[in-house]
Ligand binder design. Structure first.
Ligand SMILES: Cc1cc2nc3c(=O)[nH]c(=O)nc-3n(C[C@H](O)[C@H](O)[C@H](O)COP(=O)(O)O)c2cc1C
Length: 189
């Protein structure tokens, strides 16, 4: 069985982040055939500066390599002042000049229904980077708040079912997109 590899990126560096807990829980809920790897090094990226873009620091190369190895990307980010967090935008800015997000299937997890501005910003940025947002695999969860940690998310019947469903929908969409790409390459040969 071919494993669908998903890279999970949290926009929060907070130790008790609900977004990171959500992605950790998703990794543990993944059915056989789906592997979710949490990228834990966003905070180690330098601040983006076009003057140093060509130097390709090891942390930037590491993010790019993780993205290249992933069939799809899960992103969960808090909203800060009606935008995405600086740490996530910084990571995306580092990837703009490469092909890292081009045609990459993306699922957006939103842990806070009121955080509509950050989701809209994220969609706009990813779209201009030519990523493929898979709408059927995007989930907005009821306000999780501080009361639900990773274990709490896993044991919450409705939330864990929604996460498993999103993963399955994402896997199906990725398989469809990969088959379409293969057919297009076949036609152009
Ligand atoms: C600097 C800052 C700005 C924030 N701005 C917003 C905001 O504009 N809208 C919103 O809904 N929540 C806002 N929040 C609340 C966070 O989005 C919320 O606490 C979120 O759960 C944090 O995610 P985390 O637990 O993954 O770190 C803000 C929090 C901080 C620290």
């Amino acid at each position: 069985m071919r494993i669908t590899k998903l890279l999970a990126i949290s926009g929060s560096l907070r130790a008790a982040s609900i977004n990171t807990a959500l992605l950790r829980a998703t990794a543990r809920l993944a059915p056989p055939g789906i592997a979710v790897i949490l990228f834990e090094h966003l905070g180690g990226l330098p601040l983006f500066n076009p003057d140093i873009e060509a130097t390709d620091s090891p942390s930037v190369a590491n993010l790019r390599a993780h993205l290249a190895a992933a069939d799809g990307v899960l992103i969960a980010s808090p909203e800060y002042a009606h935008g995405v967090t600086g740490v996530l935008k910084n990571a995306l800015d580092w990837m703009v000049g490469s092909e890292a997000f081009v045609n990459k299937p993306i699922s957006l997890f939103n842990a806070s229904p009121r955080a509509v501005h950050a989701q809209a910003c994220l969609r706009e940025t990813l779209t201009v980077m030519s990523a493929q947002i898979v709408n059927e695999a995007c989930v907005t969860l009821p306000m999780l708040g501080a009361q639900l940690d990773e274990a709490g998310i896993i044991s919450h019947t409705e939330i864990s079912a929604a996460l498993k469903q999103a993963l399955q929908d994402f896997q199906a969409a990725i398989a469809r997109l990969q088959a379409e790409d293969a057919a297009q390459i076949g036609m152009s040969l």
